[in-house]
Design a protein around this ligand. Structure first.
Ligand code: PEP
Length: 257
C-alpha cells in the first residue's frame, strides 16, 4: 500500500449470493463491528437487485456500493442486461468489469471489457477492472505479457485523467475461490508490473495514482502480508466478503499503519 499517492480499497464481490433480507442481516451484523478509523475505502459489489437498498443500508458505516458487471451500451434490446447509467442512478459508485467468471461463462473478451470500461466512466462509475492469468499461462511463463495485454486492451482510448481514478484488480484465476492464494511476492510482482505498464503509457503521475488490488482467496490470515506489498493497494474479496466478521478483519489489516 502507498496511502500517500493513492486510495487503499477493500472491495467485496458478493457474486450471486445474498437476497435482500440477507443483505439487511449482513448490514445489521457489520455495523457494530466496522472499524472506526478510515484509512481505507470499503466497497461491497452486490447483485443488481440489492443495489438501491444496499446504498441506504450501508451508508452509516461508510461502505460504498458497486455492481458486479454492466452492459457496454447505454440502451437497447438486450433482455436481462443493465446499463452503467442504471447502476449509477441506483446509487452505486463502482462496477466490477471483466471478472474472470464473466469472461469464462459469459464470453466477455478484452474487447468488450474495454467497451464496458468506457461505458462505466461515461456514466460516472469507477470501474474495477479484473485481469489475471490461468495456471497454464503462469506455468508457460507468459503471465507478465498476458497481464500487460489485458491492461492495455482494457484502457485503450481512455483519457489519462480518467485512468487516474480507475481500479485494477489482479486476480490470478488459479487463486479465485480455490483457497489457494498467490504469495505476497507473486502478487506484489504482478501489481508492480501493472503499474509499470500504466507508467509507460500514461506517465508516472497517472501510474502512481491508480489503485491496484489483489484478489484470489484473500482472507483474514493472509491480508496483512499481501497488503504490505508496496503496489498492492487493497483487495477484491469473494468468499471472505460474505461473512461480516471475516470482511472486517481484512479491513482492519488494511487500516494498519
Ligand atoms: C473474486 O471472486 O473476485 C475472488 C477473489 O473470490 P475469492 O476471494 O473467493 O477467491
Amino acid at each position: 500500500m502507498n496511502r500517500r499517492y493513492r486510495k487503499t480499497i477493500i472491495a467485496g464481490n458478493w457474486k450471486m449470493n445474498n437476497t435482500l433480507s440477507q443483505t439487511k442481516a449482513f448490514a445489521e451484523e457489520i455495523k457494530p463491528i466496522m472499524p472506526k478509523g478510515k484509512w481505507c475505502n470499503v466497497v461491497l459489489c452486490v447483485p443488481a437487485t440489492n443495489i438501491q437498498a444496499a446504498v441506504r443500508l450501508f451508508k452509516d458505516c461508510h461502505i460504498a456500493i458497486g455492481a458486479e458487471t454492466c452492459h457496454e451500451l447505454d440502451h437497447g434490446a438486450y433482455t436481462g442486461e443493465i446499463t452503467a447509467a442504471m447502476i449509477k442512478e441506483a446509487g452505486a459508485k463502482y462496477v466490477i468489469i471483466g471478472h474472470s467468471e464473466r469472461r469464462q461463462y459469459y464470453n466477455e473478451t478484452d474487447f468488450t471489457v474495454n467497451k464496458k470500461v468506457h461505458a462505466a466512466i461515461e456514466a460516472g462509475l469507477v470501474p474495477i477492472i479484473c485481469v489475471g492469468e490461468s495456471l497454464e499461462q503462469r506455468e508457460l511463463g507468459v503471465t507478465m505479457e498476458l497481464i500487460a495485454y489485458q491492461v492495455k486492451c482494457a484502457l485503450a482510448n481512455v483519457a489519462p485523467e480518467k485512468v487516474r481514478h480507475i481500479v485494477i484488480a489482479y486476480e490470478p484465476l488459479w487463486a479465485i475461490g480455490t483457497g489457494k492464494t498467490a504469495t505476497a511476492e507473486q502478487a506484489g510482482e504482478v501489481c508492480q508490473a501493472i503499474r509499470t505498464v500504466i507508467r509507460k503509457q500514461y506517465g508516472a503521475h497517472v501510474a502512481r495514482s491508480v489503485t491496484i488490488q489483489y484478489g484470489g482467496s484473500m482472507n483474514a490470515k493472509n491480508a496483512q502480508e499481501l497488503l504490505a506489498q508496496p503496489d498492492v493497494d487493497g483487495g477484491l474479496i469473494g468468499g471472505a466478503a460474505l461473512k461480516p466478521a471475516d470482511f472486517v478483519k481484512i479491513i482492519e489489516a488494511a487500516n494498519q499503519e
